[in-house]
Design a protein around this ligand. Sequence first.
Ligand code: CP3
Length: 354
Amino acid sequence: MAELKNDRFLRALLRQPVDVTPVWMMRQAGRYLPEYKATRAQAGDFMSLCKNAELACEVTLQPLERYDLDAAILFSDILTIPDAMGLGLYFETGEGPRFRKIIRTEADVAALPVPDAARDLDYVMNAVKTIRSALNGRVPLIGFSGSPWTLATYMVEGGSSKDFRHIKQMMYATPEVLHQLLDKLAQSVTDYLNEQIRCGAQAVQIFDTWGGVLSPQMYMEFSLRYMRQIVSGLIREHDGRQVPVILFTKNGGQWLETLAEAGADALGLDWTTNIDDARRRVGHKVALQGNMDPSVLYAPPARIRAEVADILERFGPGEGHVFNLGHGIHQFVDPESAGVFVDAVHELSAKYHQ
Ligand code: CP3
């Protein structure tokens, strides 16, 4: 395996010294890039793109060709696990993800298999191996999964949701059924992430996109509990290097102290919490990743740079910051603006690392 040439992303996650603050963007491969749209058109639909290792590798590398990013993220989706459980994932244009089979009853949950990642998600593992080899040590490769709670929302609602009616009904009316589902998902996610690590992922992130729709009590019981279970089952060292784990609960700012105890190396932060407050609250337990509002990228360059400067100043000197957006980059952003953002992070952060 090629020697890692730029390890500042891994170092920052482990709160080790770096020369400048590392940066990547959630959803950095995607529809805001014309070259992504071209490759996607060539593949046909989104899942065909995910299942073609060469094309998945191509779109993973596209943002790295344009920008001086410090990490690559596997091109795939969080919904590959429910798909491997037999739910039949498909994408309706403009409607987001959908499942042919929906999970609503105890019998539905009991019938769900726990996929064997190496066998049932081999296309993801092939993509990981292909990307890792093509990166040739340029930057580390991030693997990822959805959290059990976030995956369950799609499986029970049948797709995206605004009010989470069905899963919340299950949570309050038949909590034991939801626990059975979340336990199966936690087992599946642990195996899936460990297999990604064995195939070459050098850090992993768990996306808990919908944890923030829960009350504090329900968040601890139905989301955080299962993320903890996963973290305690993950491979933490591979090929002589630590494999950092990042937990990202969108809208989870009020639970940072508890999240910091979950056993992860770093926490992802959306833009609704100031990063200086977050840093004070988590102390030296974890690194922080974030947290610029993705909509700032609609602003002119001077304003983007000012927002980057403000977040760097709030975090202040010292280790443990990976710069990122507070959520995925929007599809209508001008690709030039993403470049302004990435360059600003490197240029304006050097003074905090002397
Ligand atoms: O970050 C990256 O560049 C890696 C790829 C990645 C995708 N999805 C590609 C994708 C990652 C990390 C994800 C994670 C994901 N997928 C999440 C968690 C992160 C988050 O944003 O909160 C969620 C909730 C999903 C589920 C999902 N997949 C949705 C809701 C959609 C539809 C999005 C939309 O705007 O229509 C997808 C499809 C998807 N996943 C696309 C991409 C690039 C767009 C598909 C297309 O090309 O049309």
